[in-house]
Design a protein around this ligand. Structure first.
Ligand code: NAD
Length: 498
């Protein structure tokens, strides 16, 4: 069985803690590893290492930092298969899905390769008599990332390449449920030539997170995970004077207008609702067909496809979705389906009690389709984070938009229609951060930025892309005068151009 350790200053260590957590293969239910659970002392050691590394790394020319990213890009591409297998072994997602995760991560690394251009300052000559002014963006220092289980390689790579390219040093506290990918990501950086201490990985849970939040030498925290934890991280981190971006949970809707191509919409819902067993923050978990006729047609198309979903372990090349992450997640999801049923939803396809031959102890939930869900139901209010698609029938376009705008989450929304007016209107009015028009999962590419609205995000900056340059640097403006023979005398009024 694997023993997964921290990586501090380039070295693997079990650190100061004594406790470990079990890591499972969700397809078999077997424990495959244990991971050390770090605490304050391990975090302090990692911070010392990252602080010491900052002096050299932050003054390394951006073009040289970019070279590490160029090499990482090639290594990641060459070893994508291995990274995907590492992800799937502990997460359970299909191999192709894991490869998609690696590709999206690779794109962020590619964006970070262009960092010299992105860090270029600006200069204004003669802002006053003999006075010039220039802006530059300087790195923050030691920054940290706290990441969720559902993208164990991609989410760390949403953060680390941009933070490092900007000149910071980094401490990653990955999810304790599938921690091996984080160590592999570290090793790929090391192979790309990243100096020891620039990136440290400390495993653990709340103790490790709290130590990061409270330590005065951590300048900024990037968090991705559930909303209650995001809110906690944001408030405790800000109280400690840090810059914090905390991305939380979601409930993503897809509006299907009567003029939409129903086959296309149903296919999109299958992938967006059940891909990765619904364990994506951009999964579509609510379909909102407008009009009874649209709803009936949609259910007619979806039900047989949900029943026919190919469910299997990541080693099954035919599988369309895998298990969920833990036994607790399986029980929670099944409990929510039961709550939906008892509150009046119609269970069209029931995934409870799903068992896969040969994998009887795995954490499986079958694809589930709930019809006639209403806004008061628990299944609608809560993020399920499982393979459960709810259908909420709206009588009008305005009702559909109102529903989404009233929901506490605001990550993504999709609309399927042929009506340009409606599509344009939804893009303008909808209270979410990412909108897809006939695109079910509108995750922005690496040169845009990712982020929701409302209780899907706490903090002002989205993650990766141009927003990351702002988040991981601070602005300095230098105003200079080289007076040759000018003596203006003391000025007591507020300086201006007059
Ligand atoms: P989680 O909130 O349970 O855990 C996220 C991280 O926080 C982990 O590293 C975990 O160890 C740590 N953590 C957990 N409880 C903590 C506590 N009480 N105090 C301090 N730290 C704590 O999330 P998860 O179950 O790993 O991931 C799924 C969630 O992440 C879903 O809600 C999903 O929507 C969300 N998510 C959001 C995005 C986004 O971009 N908005 C992306 C991916 C996942």
């Amino acid at each position: 069985m694997n023993h997964i350790e921290h990586i501090i200053d380039g070295k693997r260590t079990s650190g100061a803690g004594t406790s470990v957590a079990a890591v499972y293969n969700p397809a078999t239910g077997e424990q495959v590893a244990d991971v050390v659970m770090g605490g304050k002392r391990d975090i302090n050691t990692a911070i010392e290492s990252a602080k010491a590394a900052f002096a050299d790394w932050s003054t390394t020319p951006p073009a040289k930092r970019a070279r590490v990213m160029f090499r990482l890009r090639d290594i990641l591409e060459a070893r994508a298969d291995e990274v995907a297998r590492t992800i799937s072994a502990e997460h359970g997602k299909t191999h192709d899905d894991a490869l998609g995760e690696v590709t999206r991560a690779l794109e962020v690394v590619e964006y970070a390769c262009g960092i010299p251009d992105k860090l270029k300052g600006s200069f204004s000559r003669d802002v006053g008599p003999g006075i010039d002014s220039c802006d530059e963006r300087q790195p923050l220092g030691v920054v940290a990332g706290i990441t969720p289980f559902n993208f164990p390689a991609m989410v760390p790579l949403w953060m680390i390449p941009m933070a490092l390219a900007c000149g910071n040093t980094f401490i990653l506290k990955p999810s304790e449920r599938d921690p091996s990918s984080a160590n592999l990501v570290h090793d790929l950086f090391a192979e790309a030539g990243l100096p020891d201490g620039v990136l440290n990985v400390v495993h653990g849970g709340k103790d490790a997170v709290d130590a990061l939040l409270d330590h005065p030498d951590v300048q900024a925290i990037s968090f991705v995970g559930s909303t209650p934890v995001a809110e906690y991280i944001y408030s405790r981190g800000c109280t400690a004077g840090k810059r914090v971006q905390a991305l939380g949970g979601a409930k993503n809707h897809m509006i299907i207008l009567p003029d939409a191509d129903i086959d296309q919409a149903a296919d999109a819902l299958m992938g967006a609702g059940f891909g990765s067993a619904g364990e994506r923050c951009m999964a579509v978990s609510v379909a909102v067909p407008v009009g009874e006729e649209t709803a009936d047609k949609l259910i007619e198309k979806l039900a047989p496809q949900v029943r026919a979903l190919k469910i299997g372990p990541s080693t099954d090349a035919e599988a369309e979705m895998g298990p969920v992450i833990t036994r607790e997640a399986q029980e929670r999801i099944e409990g929510l389906i039961a709550a939906g049923e008892s509150e009046g939803a119609e269970v069209v396809v029931d995934g409870r009690g799903y068992r896969l031959q040969g994998y009887e102890n795995g954490f499986w939930v079958g694809g589930t389709l709930l019809d006639r869900v209403t806004p008061e139901m628990t299944v609608y209010k809560q993020e399920i984070f499982g393979p459960v698609l709810s259908v909420l029938r709206a009588s009008s376009y305005d009702e559909a938009v109102g529903l989404i705008n009233d929901h506490e989450y605001g990550n993504g929304t999709a609309i399927f229609t042929r009506d340009g007016d409606a599509a344009r209107d939804v893009a303008a009015k909808i209270q979410v951060g990412m909108v897809g028009i006939n695109v079910p999962i509108p995750v922005p590419v690496a040169y845009h930025s990712f982020g929701g609205w409302k209780r899907s995000i706490f903090g002002a900056h989205g993650i990766y892309g141009p927003e990351a340059v702002h988040f991981y640097t601070r602005l300095k403006t230098v105003t200079s005068r080289w007076p040759t023979g000018i003596r203006a005398g003391a000025e007591f009024t507020f300086p201006s151009m007059g």
